[in-house]
Design a protein around this ligand. Structure first.
Ligand SMILES: Cc1cc2nc3c(=O)[nH]c(=O)nc-3n(C[C@H](O)[C@H](O)[C@H](O)COP(=O)(O)OP(=O)(O)OC[C@H]3O[C@@H](n4cnc5c(N)ncnc54)[C@H](O)[C@@H]3O)c2cc1C
Length: 424
């Protein structure tokens, strides 16, 4: 049994019965492995294409990142424009931008369409930075988005200070389409929407092996075999050895979150008065926001080796207090963590694994928007239609065994950059 993390989201979402595990052999048209945003969104978008859809999760839907994240709806990719352009052909880049630009609206539309009670708030997403490198990044994206017609604003020092409530940053990018939600409640809403469309979802059902069978696939679980015509693997940062070589295509890197009790005191009223969500542009970025009850929710790295470790949140509290000294008196009540699926080239991956078999993963910390968007792209790929993400193949990665070392090096370098800029 996979226990739920002790998260703020678990304590503020009405509890539901555990979904039963699979206990017999079954056949389905489409099988989805993984019950997070990717898997649930694939099922929702695939409804009319498949005669039957089954989702299995080794734990329960939302047990992975989809029930643990910071709840920031952010339609901005972290890479610089020039890096992104270097990773795609011109057409692929144009398609990616189209997908990105509609990705927040896509989330809000799903919330509305399925009447999901998840504190969805379109208050905007802010990306603040300090120093010349961040200025270049923010200006480049601001002018690109303006020309594209997206609803963004580049805020100067005083506007950023007013919007966030700290003088630490030089400027910021405001993405008006962004905002926030309660991530586990959003997942549970997607589960209900899937169930109302006759999708069968099994919890506590781990896919152990996948083998080709006839024109389809055979998946072994502990108490039942599942044969299917089409297969989607949606396991992102929790990808194991199920499909040879798949996990070498992304690095699971821990991110940790700490949340305060509701901040009622007037001393806190200058912090994020318009309740935007904030994800820094920095060497090693932190992300934070307030929830509906005014709890301050601060996220950042896990341990320096990229793991969860003993869940020591002191670095999160130190960074929060540096930004907002009044948080010194706040009481932190929840700490939890999860594994973000990071790709070396920073692209999300729509992978063709075999005949009618695909995987969608690698959202680099932007999964509310991108994993939810991936669902539609996966169903289009299965239908043989054009997609807004290029369909790629598995890559061999001979450096995978050393990735933890690379993560540590990257974290130490990022921390050094941020100290040099006076950000920490
Ligand atoms: C701490 C943290 C904060 C984050 N903050 C944000 C944020 O603010 N905004 C944002 O956009 N993104 C954020 N992210 C990233 C975002 O949460 C993820 O990108 C997104 O949830 C990925 O969804 P998914 O469905 O692909 O994967 P997941 O939600 O991780 O689901 C994968 C599922 O696969 C299941 N699974 C794995 N192996 C098997 C198997 N063999 N058989 C059956 N089931 C299996 C797991 O149990 C899991 O439930 C954050 C991530 C973390 C960890």
């Amino acid at each position: 049994m996979y226990p739920w993390p002790d998260s703020l989201w678990g304590s503020t979402t009405p509890s539901v019965d555990r979904l039963p595990s699979l206990k017999e052999d079954i056949h389905t048209d489409l099988l989805i492995i993984g019950g997070g945003y990717t898997g649930l969104s694939t099922a929702l978008h695939g409804g009319s294409m498949f005669s039957s859809i089954v989702i299995i999760d080794q734990a329960q839907p939302g047990w992975g990142c989809s029930g643990r994240n910071g709840g920031q709806i952010n339609p901005q990719w972290k890479s610089s424009l020039s890096h992104l352009k270097s990773q795609y052909s011109q057409n692929e880049f144009d398609d990616f931008i189209k997908l990105l630009n509609t990705s927040a609206q896509n989330v809000f539309s799903l919330i509305e369409q399925h009447n999901i009670d998840c504190q969805g708030l379109r208050s905007g997403a802010l990306i603040p930075g300090r120093g010349t490198d961040s200025r270049r990044y923010l200006q480049e994206w601001a002018s690109y988005w303006k020309d594209y017609g997206a609803r963004v604003q580049l805020l100067g020092k005083s506007e950023t200070t007013e919007a966030i409530g700290t003088k630490v940053y030089d400027n910021s990018l405001l993405l008006e389409e962004g905002g926030s939600l309660q991530p586990l409640a959003f997942t549970r809403g997607l589960v209900s929407a899937c169930q109302s469309q006759s999708v069968d979802i099994y919890g506590d059902t781990r896919a152990q092996t996948v083998t080709a069978r006839g024109n389809g696939w055979l998946v072994k679980t502990e108490f039942g075999l599942i044969s299917c015509n089409s297969l989607v693997i949606a396991t992102n940062g929790y990808t194991g050895r199920l499909w040879p070589g798949l996990r070498q295509n992304l690095y699971p890197v821990a991110s940790m979150i700490s949340a305060t009790e509701p901040l009622a005191d007037d001393a806190f009223s200058s912090i994020l008065p318009a309740k935007q969500s904030v994800a820094e542009y920095a060497g090693l970025p932190f992300y934070y926001r307030l929830d509906e009850q005014n709890r301050f929710i601060m996220g950042g790295r896990g341990t320096r080796s990229g793991g969860v470790g003993s869940m020591d949140p002191r670095h999160l509290h130190r960074a929060a207090i540096k930004l907002f000294p009044q948080l010194e008196i706040a009481r932190w009540t929840f700490n939890w963590a999860g594994y973000v699926g990071v790709t070396l080239h920073q692209k999300p991956l729509l992978l063709r694994l075999g005949e009618n078999a695909y995987a969608g993963l690698g959202y680099n910390g932007r999964g509310i928007t991108m994993a939810t968007a991936m669902g539609r792209q996966l169903t289009r790929a299965l239908a043989g239609k054009s997609t807004l993400l290029p369909v790629e193949s598995l890559e061999k990665n001979k450096f995978y065994a050393f990735y933890r070392l690379g993560v540590t090096g990257r974290i130490l370098y990022g921390e050094w950059l941020d100290r040099r800029q006076g950000l920490r």
